[in-house]
Design a protein around this ligand. Structure first.
Ligand SMILES: C[S@@+](CC[C@H](N)C(=O)[O-])C[C@H]1O[C@@H](n2cnc3c(N)ncnc32)[C@H](O)[C@@H]1O
Length: 293
């Protein structure tokens, strides 16, 4: 580690999760320190959260990336940009991110524009998006994107990583692209190991009673299948006990309209990818206290 303070420029900043990763690297002594030179976000709640989480002033927010002039940007060592994924994700209409498409995902090209405009290019740029960006449907656009980075003098490395291999009990595959401003650069992505941590390790000890089925009716329908009925609501959960112990998706909420959010996951396993679209009716995690029937 050297004494350098990494100057960071953050685009599509959201709540700044990559910034949290940098904080962790600092705690672990892998980097010395980093400083947020600017961020760019348009969502007012995200901006507020970003400022609170990273203890920075809202004046550092440059707002809409389309309005940013590259030649006015201060020098940064690292740019990070997890550009919008709505038009790439299988959960959306998959309109794509072609340069001319004007989709939200095509905003990723704004970073290429800024790299062309900036007085001194950052040494490193990291992009993040959904795994589907590597699918046949989007491969051509992704290749054009990478070619532009290469034309700008970057070596480009990309890979799909799963959070489950990096000590997070969530199956969450994401595409990462690392661009290094050196045509001879080498970079090898970490492989990670499947985490030994389970959802149980992340559960809070003190949880409001409203989340428990303490007043529930239990009904056994087969040796390893039970119904849990919550008296306070209409929810009926059909649980497969074997699957619970195996740490799998172990049941469904019979009355939930949405397939994905109807699933009940075992606390002894991993969560699936959490989506932003079904937050009001999200997946359930079964935490067992005491004995079954
Ligand atoms: C996929 S999210 C990025 C999340 C981020 N990586 C995080 O850690 O929270 C994309 C973000 O881009 C923001 N965004 C969308 N259009 C934008 C624009 N024109 N200029 C700046 N930010 C924009 C959205 O509000 C959203 O927060």
């Amino acid at each position: 580690m050297n004494n350098k303070i990494i100057k960071l420029g953050s685009f599509f900043s959201g709540i700044g999760s990559p910034e949290k990763a940098l904080e962790k690297l600092k705690e672990e002594g892998i980097i010395n320190d980093f400083k947020i030179e600017f961020f760019s976000e348009i969502d007012k709640n995200a901006i507020k959260s970003y400022c609170e989480i990273h203890n920075v002033d809202a004046t550092l927010n440059l707002g809409n990336i389309k309005q940013i002039k590259g030649d006015k940007l201060p020098y940064c060592d690292l740019w990070i940009g997890g550009f919008p994924c709505q038009d790439i994700s299988c959960a959306g209409k998959m309109k794509g991110f072609n340069f001319e498409s004007s989709t939200r995902s095509s905003l990723g090209w704004e970073i290429i524009r800024l790299l062309n405009e900036v007085k001194e290019k950052p040494k490193f740029v990291i992009f993040e998006n959904v795994k589907n960006i590597t699918s046949k449907r989007f491969k051509e656009t992704l290749n054009l994107f990478k070619e532009d980075l290469i034309k700008l003098g970057y070596s480009v490395f990309d890979s799909v990583l799963n959070a489950i291999d990096f000590n997070i009990p969530q199956n969450r595959e994401r595409y990462f692209l690392v661009a290094i401003l050196n045509t001879n650069a080498k970079y090898i992505f970490p492989k990670g190991n499947k985490t030994l941590l389970k959802l149980k390790d992340f559960m809070e000890n003190e949880v409001d009673e409203k989340y428990y089925l303490s007043d529930s009716n239990y009904m056994k329908i087969e040796d390893n299948i039970i119904y849990l009925k919550n008296k306070k609501s209409d929810n009926i959960y059909e649980i497969n006990i074997d699957k619970y112990y195996n740490g799998n998706c172990c049941g469904i909420d019979k009355n939930c309209k949405f397939h994905q959010s109807s699933r009940v996951y075992s606390e002894l396993g991993y969560a699936p990818t959490l989506t932003a679209s079904n937050t009001s009716e999200n997946l359930k995690i079964l935490v067992k206290e005491g004995e079954w029937l």
